[in-house]
Ligand binder design. Structure first.
Ligand code: URA
Length: 235
């Protein structure tokens, strides 16, 4: 692939802007400066560098972010900054978007991608991808609440009972809840319907993929092939 096109694909601006980056010797290919915007680059295992930052060649940009509280998942946020502001500009320019939404005050695992197929697979209601949440509750969690959540609770505007795929007491005021839908404020509404109240919410896992323990709030990393496998996705 031509270097200029490769840079444009990775979010470094218009073709003209990418050509200028290369001509000004700001781009290296596998460690060596390349000043020819039309050089044909072998993309297999490629690492390119722009202004000292390394980038892997990536057909799609698929990432995991440890979402901090105080960020909205919308591209056009209303009251708080967008989670996308936590990403470098070239990734945002690629048009990545969160897969599903977490509330502004929810923390934890957020997947972000520009791969429409991955987004579709994980968001599809039919696939029933499990999402595991840890909720800090106002009142102690008890067996009666778990039973209600597992049997199904009625939420406003929902025609049918919604039941948790799993529910367990994780501490006196801690509930671990697995749901397979992605409805608006789902966990908060389910917990309220079961007679308690969510005071803080954290997403621990989607499918078999858990939030990496070394990823601090606000940090992100690329998803590796093994992560995609855990998400049940093989492109
Ligand atoms: N359920 C909620 O209530 N909020 C979230 O952010 C995610 C699931």
């Amino acid at each position: 692939m031509q270097l200029e096109r490769l840079l444009q694909k990775h979010g470094f601006g218009t073709r003209k802007a990418c050509r200028a980056l290369v001509r000004h010797e700001r781009v290296a290919v596998n460690g060596a400066i390349c000043d020819d915007p039309f050089a044909e680059i072998d993309t297999a295992g490629l690492i390119f560098t722009v202004d000292g930052t390394d980038w892997p060649y990536a057909e799609f940009a698929s990432l995991v972010l440890h979402k901090p509280a105080g960020y909205e998942c919308s591209r056009k946020p209303q009251h708080h900054p967008s989670v996308l502001e936590l990403l470098p500009l070239p990734l945002r320019e690629r048009g990545v978007q969160p897969i599903g939404r977490l509330d502004e005050d929810t923390t934890g695992l957020l997947l972000i991608t520009d791969d429409g197929q991955l987004n579709h697979v994980l968001s599809s209601a039919k696939r029933k991808v499990p999402k595991v949440y840890l909720a800090t509750t106002k009142h102690p969690v008890d067996q009666e609440q778990l039973d209600k959540l597992l049997a199904g609770v009625l939420l406003n505007d929902e025609p049918e009972l919604i039941s948790a795929a799993a529910a367990e007491i994780a501490g006196e005021n801690l509930l671990r809840l697995t749901v397979t839908e992605g409805k608006y404020h789902q966990v908060k509404r389910m917990v309220a319907a079961a007679g308690n109240r969510v005071e803080a919410l954290h997403r621990e896992a989607v499918g078999e993929f858990a939030l990496p323990a070394d990823l601090k709030p606000g940090e992100w990393r690329w998803l590796a092939a093994v992560d995609l496998q855990k998400l049940g996705y093989s492109p």
